[in-house]
Design a binder for this molecule. Structure first.
Ligand code: CA
Ligand code: CA
Length: 235
């Protein structure tokens, strides 16, 4: 009589689930809209992220078409636990529901209990077949000092970008061609930039978009593979 090992099957299933890759459509952005969950602050297909604490997650982000991607967001460094709801509503690029609010970091406590000068999150379960463009945006309307944010985007390499949120309407920065790390992750850390002149070193992130672009090397390999397949079929 043959015996059947359930534990072996369970192990195989576990491994398969763990390796399930994301389903990403190149060229279709995936937005995360940070900040308030109140009416008027939520963006359709914008993956609203309202909880800025360490360990908070948003699983299975959807793309701009509402399609599931399997990509998860995890807060790896808490932001200050209050929202900025004073971003612009005049952007010609981003929906007001996303531009008008966000997370921020501060070297001064405004009453929540403690300052929090750095924040960060990682995007997980990225398909290694692609590189990624990571767009970052922060806005604080009605002010004219320098509230420069420093965004450090870390995958297999590191890109550092600076953006002044003060009075910002349509400026944004993009880390291009980001290769995920060996674990399929890209991490984004937020802190005050070197030119920030606000006494509390305020820095903002109102939204991020992640867009997959086909990696030329992968495309070439795929094309070569297809050619080899055709040759075999002709034999
Ligand atoms: Ca923090
Ligand atoms: Ca929002």
């Amino acid at each position: 009589m043959r015996t059947f090992s359930f534990s072996a099957v369970a192990m195989v299933l576990t491994v398969c689930i763990g390796q399930a890759s994301a389903s990403i459509t190149p060229g279709v952005p995936i937005m995360v809209d940070f900040g308030s969950w109140d009416a008027g602050f939520i963006t359709t297909n914008g993956n609203s992220m309202a909880m800025p604490g360490f360990g908070q997650t948003h699983t299975d982000l959807v793309d701009a078409n509402g399609a599931s991607t399997g990509i998860n967001l995890l807060v790896t460094d808490s932001f200050y636990p209050w929202w900025n709801t004073s971003g612009t509503t005049a952007s010609t690029i981003f929906p007001a529901s996303a531009s008008r609010d966000g997370f921020y970091v501060t070297a001064t406590d405004f009453g929540a209990g403690a300052p929090d000068p750095t924040g960060g999150f990682e995007l997980q379960n990225l398909d290694p077949a692609y590189t990624y463009d990571v767009l970052l945006y922060g806005s604080r309307a009605g002010v004219s000092d320098v509230r420069e944010s420093q965004y450090t985007v870390t995958g297999a390499g590191i890109q550092v970008l600076l953006l002044n949120a003060s009075g910002n309407v349509d400026n944004y920065v993009v880390a291009t061609g980001v290769v995920p790390d060996a674990n399929g992750k890209i991490t984004i850390d937020v802190a005050a930039g070197p030119n920030n002149n606000h006494s509390a070193q305020l820095a903002y992130i109102n939204l991020v978009t992640l867009t997959a672009v086909p990696e030329p090397a992968s495309v070439t390999l795929l094309a070569l593979g297809a050619t080899a397949l055709l040759r075999r079929r002709r034999v």
